[in-house]
Design a protein. Structure first.
Length: 450
């Protein structure tokens, strides 16, 4: 048996259930990487209460939103998840299974995707995460069944075309901003600036006349105006940081969730996630995601993809090209070839993990990724629950103290906890708790978990 896969026992009437370890390792990397992005969103959202109360931003997330993150993490981990979902659809819809189980396996496949829709609905609405991907995967996964017999080359071309159409759609939305809309944005900014200055003026006028003039008032840079404005120490004492109740968070979250489950699904995710899913099916057929390619193949896939992806996604390179060739200013450089750029970098991630899986002396490291990936659904939902507890329950009153260093500490602690939990759980169980529920509901009966 190859190190890259293992087989669960099966009766003569069943097809063997092959689990591809490379897919699990890639899924584990994607899970850890996507929390790198998501934790910033949780922190920024929870910090909104402090910002609205004091007019100051107490959270600097630049440490986890720097240039490296923009190029190699942002968007690529979601892309990797989408690619793996397309590949896992082909694993589930194995032709041997279809031949032996027929309509029953098709019924299970669609029940499986509908359950993802349900899980995504609960995750987005009741666990307050509007950027949930399970709902989107469940909806778009229903369209993968008819594509299973198409050749890898055609699937790859179709997926890339969808990504390109997504890029064109994004560019059109950006260039559709009229001068009138820009003037409205500028006028709103002027109103905010005037309001901030008026608040400061009234605050200073309300101070006693015999205040110590020898000590200049403490200043802080206003996050809206970008100017240093005097801050009365009593402001932070008087402005009580509001705490969000669950009902308030639920109501605040509803509009974002409805937008992601409707407009954004058809304007964006259809091209973004759908294209990556189809590419995942192609890469599976090519053997790239199975681990059958050579070390040399994975090495050059990693090297070339990272080099090309860096050139495409690095905005400083775009700025130089834009200035040299006088490109249009209203064409947002951060979205130029966004989908194609992150797809190329995602290929680099696949090459890197594929190479690591081929190097036996790094098996300890890849085993950690495999453990995380085998409990992907459980760990994904767990990240949301942990973040809600950290940013809205236990530390809600200390949110003003969060800075970039503390945020990266939290990220690392969650990673360590999830790796340890996954390894410990898999010593006694073969399925994660949510994976077990998902499989039991998919098969319509309780599944063995030990």
């Amino acid at each position: 048996m190859s190190k890259l896969q293992w087989t669960e026992p099966a009766t003569q009437a069943q097809a063997p259930n092959i689990r591809i370890l490379l897919l699990d390792a890639l899924r584990g990397v994607a899970l850890l990487g996507i929390y790198w992005i998501n934790i910033v969103v949780f922190a920024d959202d929870s910090n909104e209460a402090f910002t609205s109360a004091t007019g100051l931003s107490a959270l600097d997330t630049s440490f986890v939103t720097g240039n490296f993150t923009d190029i190699f993490v942002e968007g690529t981990m979601r892309g990797l998840f989408s690619i793996l979902f397309g590949a896992s659809a082909l694993v589930f819809l194995n032709e041997v299974k279809l031949a032996t189980q027929g309509l029953e396996i098709v019924d299970r496949y669609y029940r499986r995707t509908l359950l993802l829709v349900l899980f995504g609905f609960i995750h987005a609405y009741f666990l307050l995460w509007p950027f949930d991907v399970l709902y989107v995967y469940g909806i778009l996964g229903m369209f993968l069944f008819p594509l299973r017999k198409i050749s890898g080359k055609i699937l790859l071309c179709l997926g890339v075309i969808l990504l390109i159409l997504g890029d064109i759609n994004i560019a059109d939305r950006i260039t559709s901003i009229t001068s009138h809309e820009k003037e409205k944005i500028e006028s709103i900014s002027d109103i905010v600036d005037d309001t901030a200055r008026e608040i400061v003026r009234k605050t200073l006028m309300s101070q006693p006349e015999d205040s110590n003039q020898d000590n200049p008032p403490e200043t802080s840079e206003n996050t809206v105006t970008g100017q240093n404005i005097p801050i009365n120490p009593s402001i932070s004492e008087q402005a009580k940081i509001p705490t969000w109740s669950y009902a308030q968070l639920f109501q605040k979250n509803m509009s974002d969730v409805s937008e992601h489950h409707s407009t954004k699904l058809y304007n964006d995710y259809l091209f973004d996630v759908g294209g990556m899913m189809i590419i995942g099916m192609a890469l599976f057929k090519f053997g790239v995601l199975i681990g059958t390619r050579t070390r040399k193949f994975y090495f050059f896939l990693m090297l070339l993809s990272y080099i090309i992806g860096y050139v495409v996604r690095d905005t400083s390179i775009y700025n130089y090209v834009s200035a040299t060739f006088h490109l249009a200013d209203d064409f947002n450089e951060t979205l130029l070839g966004y989908n194609l750029g992150r797809f190329i970098v995602t290929l680099g991630h696949i090459g890197l993990i594929g190479l690591l899986m081929k190097l036996n002396f790094l098996s300890r490291l890849t085993d950690l990724f495999v453990a995380i990936g085998r409990l992907a659904l459980t760990n994904y939902i767990m990240q949301t629950i942990i973040s809600l507890l950290i940013f809205y329950v236990f530390f809600s009153e200390l949110i003003s103290a969060f800075d970039q260093a503390k945020l990266i500490y939290i990220l690392l602690l969650v990673w360590v906890f999830q790796v340890g939990f996954s390894l410990l759980w898999l010593k006694y169980f073969k399925l994660g708790p949510l994976e077990w529920i998902w499989r039991s509901l998919t098969y319509g009966k309780r599944q063995p978990i030990r």
